[in-house]
Design a protein around this ligand. Structure first.
Ligand code: ATP
Ligand code: MG
Length: 396
């Protein structure tokens, strides 16, 4: 594609060992391909420790917004490609053009720009050293744009990367979320409620390379359709980060009522949660997930004590991951805003765990007490019936 924009994508590599690294690069390139799939003529290629994304110039901004949500990418730059046999003259000209474009794109009120040039030679046949390239191209940019150099904290980093495929020149870099490409760590099942925490927990799990499905326990008519829609909307928000494939909605009302009748009111939340774990286990088996993920957080509400978490976890067969365990609410809320789930999470619709629950839940529920109440139910039948009545909804 002539006249294409090239987005030069960087990923962390320091910690990667050779075997892992190939897999990491393959999954990352696949995920980038999926991220830009809707853009006509988009092409993705791995080369010299970078992933190159070529798109039509008119699609460059759109592509950039998509790449800003791909886990495993650290940063990217919209670059100009200079021909393979290009000399410093051509690279210098491209650097000046890129700098002028960056100057023109700035907000009128922003602080004055400073710059530095950083060079990287993946193709060592190129005769000039990286340092010398930076120096000469920097001198030219300074002469032609009058921008001052600041090698320590430049507002604008102009980059030149020489590879066997050609040289890439850019002005400015945008951050991506980092982490690991979704999928390299396998699959997990997120217990997604309509609250602030569980979507953030899912995002953090996806950031460590886990591909997610979600399960939502729904208790109509006590919990309305709007709560269900809200959870599906949260699912779509997570899918923007390639974090989520589907939401399984589990009808929970009848089981919840039977649990509520089986034990003392103060155990209700723990009994609900233990049953959620068992049903989630069964759904995880179906979806080939190796772990459960929750938004649980130590001490945030009376029911989330170490003792209660242990009693809840004792009902689960799978590993239970709690990415938010040590977060405080301020940190979780800030992250929810950043990833785009906050506005949906604060919509005022009920959650099933507040159903039929007294104001003083047990803070030290013991497995024996929970088990005594559960003995009044046919647990296997409850799991089988709820799983059979559940509905898996694909999230695009
Ligand atoms: P959230 O903000 O995620 O709702 P929370 O701080 O309100 O969390 P709880 O309501 O006690 O805490 O729920 C703890 C965790 O249990 C949730 O983060 C979620 O993973 C899971 N969970 C609770 N209710 C449901 C539900 N109806 N469906 C699926 N998972 C649930
Ligand atoms: Mg909640």
């Amino acid at each position: 594609m002539e006249n294409a924009s090239v987005l030069l994508c960087r990923y962390g590599e320091l910690f990667l060992k050779s075997g892992n690294r190939q897999r990491f690069e393959r999954v990352l390139a696949d995920n980038i391909r999926a991220a830009v799939a809707g853009l006509p003529e988009a092409r993705v290629e791995s080369t010299h420790g970078r992933v190159l994304v070529r798109v039509r110039p008119a699609d460059a901004d759109d592509a950039a917004n998509r790449l800003a949500r791909v886990f495993g990418l650290v940063s990217f730059s919209v670059a100009r490609k200079v021909a393979v046999d290009a000399d410093l003259e051509a690279m210098g000209l491209a650097a000046v053009e890129a700098t002028r474009a960056a100057i023109a794109a700035r907000d009128p009120g922003a602080a004055p720009l400073t710059f530095k040039v950083e060079s990287r030679r993946a193709d060592k046949r190129f005769a000039v050293t990286s340092l010398e390239m930076s120096r000469r191209i920097g001198a030219r940019v300074q002469a032609e744009t009058s921008l001052p150099v600041d090698v320590h904290t430049p507002a604008l980093t102009i980059g030149v990367e020489v590879s066997a495929n050609g040289a890439f020149v850019y002005a400015g870099t945008r951050a991506s979320p980092g982490g690991l490409p979704v999928g390299v760590s396998g699959r997990a099942l997120l217990l997604l409620s309509g609250g602030i925490d569980s979507p953030v927990a899912g995002w953090l799990a996806a950031k460590r390379g886990l591909a997610l499905d979600a399960v939502y326990f729904h208790s109509p008519p006590y919990v309305g359709e709007k709560s269900r829609d809200k959870v599906l909307e949260l699912g779509r928000k997570l899918a923007r980060w390639q974090a989520l494939r589907s939401v399984t909605v589990v009808p929970f009302t009848e089981t919840q009522k039977r649990l509520r009748e089986a034990g003392p009111g103060e155990l209700a939340v723990v009994l609900y949660r233990r049953m959620m774990m068992r049903i989630a286990d069964a759904i995880a088996d179906r979806l080939e997930s190796s772990a459960l993920v929750t938004g649980e957080n130590l001490g945030q509400v009376a029911s989330q004590t170490v003792e209660n978490l242990a009693t809840i976890e004792a009902a689960a067969r799978h590993l239970v991951l709690r990415p938010l365990l040590t977060y405080d609410k301020v940190e979780t809320t800030a992250l929810a805003r950043r990833i785009g789930t906050y506005e949906t999470s604060i919509l005022p619709f009920d959650d099933c765990c507040s159903l039929f629950v007294p104001s003083h839940p047990a803070t030290r529920a013991r497995v024996e007490d929970a088990a005594k109440a559960e003995a009044k139910l046919d647990i296997a039948a409850e799991i089988a019936a709820t799983v059979a009545a559940s509905e898996q909804i694909p999230i695009a």
